[in-house]
Design a protein around this ligand. Structure first.
Ligand SMILES: *Cc1c(COP(=O)(O)O)cnc(C)c1O
Length: 365
């Protein structure tokens, strides 16, 4: 048996008729950038989240950057980010001229350790970007309290957490704005790059829309210099088909996680935990093992593909070398970067496949 890490083609086959029709429709109407397909998807996604405004853009990285720019975060400002995330989170901060300030992750849930945020806040701290890593929501109760107390902005990075909830409330609806990615492998994925920004603030929404479309306020009225970060019609049409299935696919991911939990018996493996207040959407199923290389090799030998998210925590990347960050400042991230291993996880993953993967993991016991 061969089990891929993700299987985007089998998902396409399950909705092929609808997707093919949507693509044909876009080509026939030739609304390739912006247009009705895009505003329709923005409406569908805002209804899904229960938020007033969705402003689509070219990708998730842009969405973080545009939000920071619109909020006036820049030179001299500091922005708190978790020590483990995809680089976009900190990259966007540096791109607008601000400085990312890393905080270690929580040993149980992989998300930012809220007990270590306060000590990193200075008079220059302008914002915090909690990342709902692997699909597990951050502790938004504590984060919102700290932010209110210290008067800092909260920008949620929801790239891995479409539909996740903290205390029954959708992630992406807590802060002043939230960033979403529809990169193909995400829980809601396009067939190319795509992203969106979410907010309840209508002034901010107009600013975001302006920046993402060359600073235009109506055609040819460039009120500021913006940039080109737009969603195309094909991606919007595809996402509008796929969003109807998102809840169903999330349940499949959650069932797959339950199956892993039931089938994996090896005591050498630490399984991911879910906080009692959290609804986890399992973008990734991340276990921890001590001898990762040999586990990867053993699984590989039996046709099972795995991945690592991410092999190096952000503070230790080459691009942050000049910050001279110490490993002892990020003990959990430092330990976990060598132990984390992402197992196959997608809605179409079958129970017998999970049983097969678990069988080889249990041989490690
Ligand atoms: C994927 C991802 C992004 C960026 O999304 P792109 O659409 O690839 O630019 C940002 N943050 C996190 C945590 C991600 O996983």
């Amino acid at each position: 048996m061969t089990i891929p890490f993700v299987d985007l083609y089998s998902q396409y086959l399950s909705i092929k008729t609808e997707i093919d029709l949507a693509i044909e429709r876009v080509i026939k109407n030739s609304a390739f950038i912006g247009g009705e397909e895009v505003s329709n998807f923005e409406k569908l996604f805002s209804e899904y989240l229960g938020i007033n405004h969705i402003v689509s853009c070219a990708n998730g990285t842009d969405s973080i950057e545009i939000i920071l720019e619109a909020l006036g975060v820049g030179e001299g400002d500091e922005v708190i980010v978790p020590a483990i995330s995809w680089i976009s989170t900190s990259e966007a901060v540096s791109r607008v001229g601000a400085r990312p300030v890393f905080v270690d992750i929580d040993a149980n849930y992989f998300t930012i350790d809220t007990s270590k945020i306060a000590e990193k806040i200075t008079s220059n701290t302008k914002a915090i970007i909690p990342v709902h890593l692997y699909g597990h929501p951050c502790n938004m109760t504590t984060i919102m309290e700290i932010a209110k107390d210290k008067n800092i902005l909260v920008i949620e990075d929801c790239a891995q957490a479409h539909g996740a909830k903290w205390q029954g409330k959708m992630v992406g609806t807590f802060g002043i704005a939230a960033s979403f990615s529809f990169y193909p492998g995400k829980n809601l994925g396009a067939y190319g790059d795509a992203g969106a920004m979410a907010t309840n603030d209508s002034n901010l929404a107009s600013k975001l829309r302006q920046i993402a479309n060359h600073g235009q306020e109506g055609k040819h009225n460039h009120v500021v210099e913006g940039r080109n970060s737009r969603l195309d019609g094909l991606q919007a049409a595809i996402l509008s088909v796929k969003i109807k299935y998102l809840n169903e696919w999330t349940v499949c991911r959650q069932l797959a996680a339950i199956n892993y939990f039931n089938f994996i018996k090896s005591e050498k493996i630490q399984l991911p935990k879910t906080h009692l207040n959290a609804e986890h959407v399992f973008h990734l199923y991340v276990i921890r093992v001590n001898d990762r290389d040999s586990v990867v090799e053993h699984l590989n030998k039996h046709g099972i593909n795995t991945a690592i998210h991410y092999p190096k925590a952000l503070p230790f990347l080459k691009c942050y070398e000049q910050l001279n960050l110490s490993e002892t400042d990020f003990p959990v991230a430092n330990e976990y970067q060598n132990k984390i291993l992402s197992l196959p996880m997608y809605a179409e993953l079958k129970e017998n496949q999970i049983e097969y993967i678990s069988k080889y993991l249990n041989e490690l016991a």
